[in-house]
Write a protein that binds this ligand. Structure first.
Ligand code: PEP
Ligand code: MN
Length: 352
């Protein structure tokens, strides 16, 4: 099925408040964003809040405000839809692009209801990643929208919830969107740095990381009075600061195939390929040793998991890795994967 790039440009810049609060607030923000070269003005009308008793959006009346934004500023508009009625009302009021929120993407019934309401409609649709790090669920949501005949589809990466995480509001887990774009190279991918960060100070870093990974654009929450916002106050920034953030981005728009240093790049890539083969060879040899240990444990009826030994390996490796400039997160997940594979090997031997 055909997928077309969203607005066919890079970067696609989407900005506006988390929530439409009042007609004045929406218009004031839109007028300030009008001169910032943005492609889409965002504002949530129906807000899926985690806990009740938070501001749950102004509802349908906000659609009239977005229509005024369009009439007065010429900006295209987008809002979140979570069911059939939202889709119908948004289409009726001339919203230009729809997005499906993270709490909706998790539910195939809801996404299918939205897809059914979009049959035969020609409008761009953006699908946020589900709250949980499940690539299949994200792809499933995108496929349901594609099957409805929508051709301009973008994925919005807004990070994944994880218990105890403090640095980010939602961990980016970049490997998930990277795998998504590997499987769907034509899909536009937009970084929602606001919901990944949950705070202002690192919005620029995350947006730049997205550009380094060749993302198509960003979606950022912008408010004329961020501290007083009725939702997500801690992560919103003023139109002026947003303008500076966009200007500071290095789009890394050089074309790898045209770069003069291509030969050099090829040389380095060849070296990387050799090292990658060596990594696999070393892992093969490691697993052969693990198999010997498996035999020994089997003959002596010793359990596979020796927690003390495993802790020692992990701690030692993290310490050694840190000295080599490798992050704790990387070394930890690498060794956890190696350890799991070792257990699998031994289980096969023990239970033969
Ligand atoms: C939002 O964009 O304001 C929003 C509710 O986002 P998410 O679905 O990513 O939580
Ligand atoms: Mn928000």
């Amino acid at each position: 099925m055909e997928i077309k790039k969203l607005y066919n440009k890079r970067p696609v810049v989407i900005a506006g408040p988390c929530s439409a609060e009042t007609e004045e607030q929406v218009l004031a923000i839109a007028h300030q964003l009008k001169d910032q070269d943005i492609d889409l003005f965002r504002a949530g009308i129906w807000k899926p809040r985690t806990r009740p008793n938070s501001f749950e959006g102004v509802g349908s009346v906000g659609l009239k405000w977005l229509r005024r934004v369009k009439e007065e500023t010429g900006l295209k508009t987008t809002t979140e839809v979570a069911n059939k009625t939202h889709v119908e009302e948004a289409l009726y009021h001339g919203i230009d692009t729809l997005w499906i929120g993270a709490r909706t993407t998790v539910n195939p019934f809801s996404v299918q209801e939205i897809a059914d309401a979009l049959q035969g409609v020609d409008i761009p649709v953006m699908v946020k990643n589900p709250i949980n790090p499940d690539l299949g669920l994200w792809i499933g949501g995108i496929e349901r929208i594609m099957k409805a005949g929508i051709t301009q589809i973008a994925a919005i990466h807004r990070g994944f919830a994880s218990y105890g995480e403090k640095y980010y509001r939602n961990k980016p887990m970049w490997q998930i969107p990277i795998e998504l774009t590997r499987q769907f190279p034509e899909l536009s991918i937009i970084c929602d740095n606001s919901h990944i960060c949950g705070r202002r100070d690192i919005l620029g870093d995350v947006a730049q990381q997205a550009m380094d990974l060749n993302y198509d654009g960003i979606m950022t929450e912008v408010h004329t009075n961020p501290d007083e916002a009725w939702s997500d106050a801690a992560q919103q920034i003023t139109p002026k600061i947003f303008g500076e953030l966009v200007k500071s981005l290095n789009l890394r728009s050089g074309d790898a195939s045209k770069v003069l240093a291509q030969a050099e790049l090829d040389g380095v890539r060849a070296e990387i390929d050799i090292l990658d083969s060596q990594i696999l060879k070393i892992l093969e040899e490691r697993m052969k040793l693990v198999d010997q240990i498996g035999q020994y444990k089997k003959s002596n009826n010793i359990p596979i998991l020796q927690a003390a030994r495993w802790n020692e390996i992990l701690d030692k490796s993290i310490q050694k890795g840190a000295k080599k400039g490798l992050s704790e997160e990387f070394v930890g997940s690498l060794f956890r994967a190696v350890h799991q594979e070792s257990i699998n090997h031994q289980q096969k031997i023990m239970n033969k």
